[in-house]
Design a protein around this ligand. Structure first.
Ligand code: NDP
Length: 317
């Protein structure tokens, strides 16, 4: 016998937590499936900047538990379960978790987030956790007074280079492009930082080392010449891959694998919303994820208020 909820939210990042908070405050019986670890991508962010209410920034690993507590106070329930399947059933949804637990939900909000992409070069998998890392805030103290590289030229690469520069003697940002794509505040900070060096047209071909990272083979995209450099760590920040494998064939995904929705976070299927970095059109900020989570909960609430069944109730506004 499965447990029944008005709204089940899959995802324990800031989008899912805010959806849980909003849904519970609307009086809906709400369950948030967080997976093993709360916080999603924000978990490893030392300082979430630009989030309203925190003028000095706040660590992601502090922000997410605060929102979880707020959601629990409003009545949301939480389970450290991972969604593996959603199946339409009698005008509602059956939600299955990895441990075999089943839930019935009148509406579901997908906030399963995304995972950091791997480079896919030789040495990367072998040396993962031995100097190859996706978590600067976790591993930066291990890199004290050493030379490390960050791969990528976006916001993540710039932000994490700044975190690493608090410990490492030198941080070399290896970007395959000719200019950083990061937002101005990070771009300026890394450009001016005395311990951060930017290398453009830098294509990592291989990560070198036996028991741990010793360096990398890097090709200069302009000259075509490759050279080895000595490094103690490689921090890979080349974008996200949406966590939607379990949805393949069930609902419309865009070419990058993100879930398509309308502006109210509604997918094409009645009772199914998506929010945050899993959603096609996500604008790439923690605050946008939180806003999308709240919007999705409001859309689910309106649907349930109209009877919560069928496409007429789904598309009524
Ligand atoms: P992005 O997709 O924005 O940037 C990825 C970077 O990696 C680009 O420089 C890209 O280069 C490079 N890249 C991609 N594939 C490869 C590859 N195979 N080999 C080498 N380099 C590669 O990812 P981010 O993780 O930086 O950001 C994701 C989203 O999260 C964005 O919307 C961003 O704004 C947001 N974000 C916001 C933050 C904030 O507001 N504080 C902090 C962190 C992220 P190229 O341009 O050549 O494709």
């Amino acid at each position: 016998m499965s447990t029944q909820f008005d709204v089940v939210i899959a995802g324990g990042g800031i989008a899912g937590l805010t959806a849980g908070l909003t849904s519970a405050r609307l009086g809906r019986k709400t369950l948030v499936l967080t997976g093993d670890i709360l916080g999603g991508q924000l978990l490893s962010i030392n300082k979430v900047d630009g989030f309203p209410g925190f003028p000095d920034g706040i660590p992601g690993y502090d922000l997410c538990p605060i929102v979880q507590e707020q959601a629990m106070s409003a009545g949301a329930e939480f389970a450290m379960e991972e969604l593996v399947e959603i199946v339409p059933r009698d005008g509602a949804w059956r939600v299955a978790s990895r441990t075999g637990e089943d839930y019935d939900a009148r509406a579901v909000i997908l906030a399963t987030g995304s995972s950091l992409r791997a480079l896919g070069v030789p040495g990367e998998e072998r040396l993962r956790g031995k100097g190859v890392s996706h978590c600067a805030s976790c591993d930066a103290p291990l890199m004290r007074d050493r030379v490390v590289a960050v791969i990528g030229g976006g916001d993540s690469a710039a932000q994490e280079a700044l975190t690493l520069a608090e410990f490492a003697s030198r941080v070399i940002v290896l970007h395959r492009g000719t200019a950083l794509g990061a937002q101005a505040i990070y771009r300026d900070a890394v450009t001016q930082h005395p311990r951060i060096e930017l290398r453009f047209n830098a294509v990592v071909e291989e990560i070198l080392g036996d028991g741990s990272v010793m360096g990398a083979r890097v090709r200069d995209g302009a000259t075509g010449k490759s050279a080895d450099m000595d490094l103690a760590g490689m921090f890979v920040y080349i974008g996200f891959r949406p966590n939607t494998e379990f949805l393949a064939g069930r609902i419309a995904l865009d070419p990058s694998g993100q879930v398509r929705t309308d502006a109210a976070m509604r997918t094409e299927m009645a009772g199914l919303c998506a929010a945050g970095s899993v959603r096609s059109g996500w604008l790439g900020r923690a605050v946008a994820s939180a806003g999308e989570g709240a919007s999705a909960a409001l859309s689910a609430d309106r649907y349930l208020g109209r009877g919560g069944s069928g496409s007429d109730a789904w598309r009524a506004d």
